[in-house]
Design a protein around this ligand. Sequence first.
Ligand SMILES: O=C[C@H](O)[C@H](O)[C@H](O)COP(=O)(O)O
Length: 234
Amino acid sequence: MSLEQAKQVAAYRAVDEFVKNDSIFGVGSGSTVVYAVQRLAERVETENLKVVCIPTSFQAKQLIIKHNLILGELETNPVIDVTIDGADEVDRNMTLIKGGGGCLLQEKIVASCSKKLIIIADYTKDSKKLGDRYKKGIPIEVIPMAYMPIKNKIISIYGGDIKLRNAIAKAGPVVTDNGNFILDWMFTNQDLDWEKVSNIIKLIPGVVEIGLFVNMCHKAYFGQPEGSVIERSV
Ligand SMILES: O=C[C@H](O)[C@H](O)[C@H](O)COP(=O)(O)O
């Protein structure tokens, strides 16, 4: 079974267990969420469900539109029943690294408005400690003019290395859906108190959001190589 199939089984399982009729649904971002939206569209069609979808990125909005689902927004639907999203890594405490695809800010806003945040991922994201499996570091969304002082401050407090994320098909840095830059912090100490780290980094002027999601995830589904799904709850 391919990695894509592992993502798909996790996504389908989560949508089948958590999406109900007459509900508000947060749509995460990334490649795994594509399968969740696919499954949701199938269920909406066959079961005639009414589900209002709140996107966490431009990509999520496009997925909702492509599948003819109902597009909502936080202004009219500030309380979300369940959000299903991917992750770059999930540790034993269900602390997440997110933002590998640059969408962490809106994802965190939507997750914070959700009664439940459900994570869907393939087996490569399931780890003991952050950094065991995801080697690209913790994404941090920053205001462009402040990227250098922020980088220096984080290194002076915690060490490690920080790279300004570069775009692939554009010269220069990645610009997020919100017009900001992304720093990827390759930390060296895997035993940090991630809640504390998150709070300290967020206080640095110019930091918009950090891709550490602490105490937010309700349940995670990991698609396995042979097609089964491992579930983990807090
Ligand atoms: O910025 C991107 C998001 O946080 C994604 O949910 C995360 O990177 C996981 O994406 P994928 O499902 O493509 O591995």
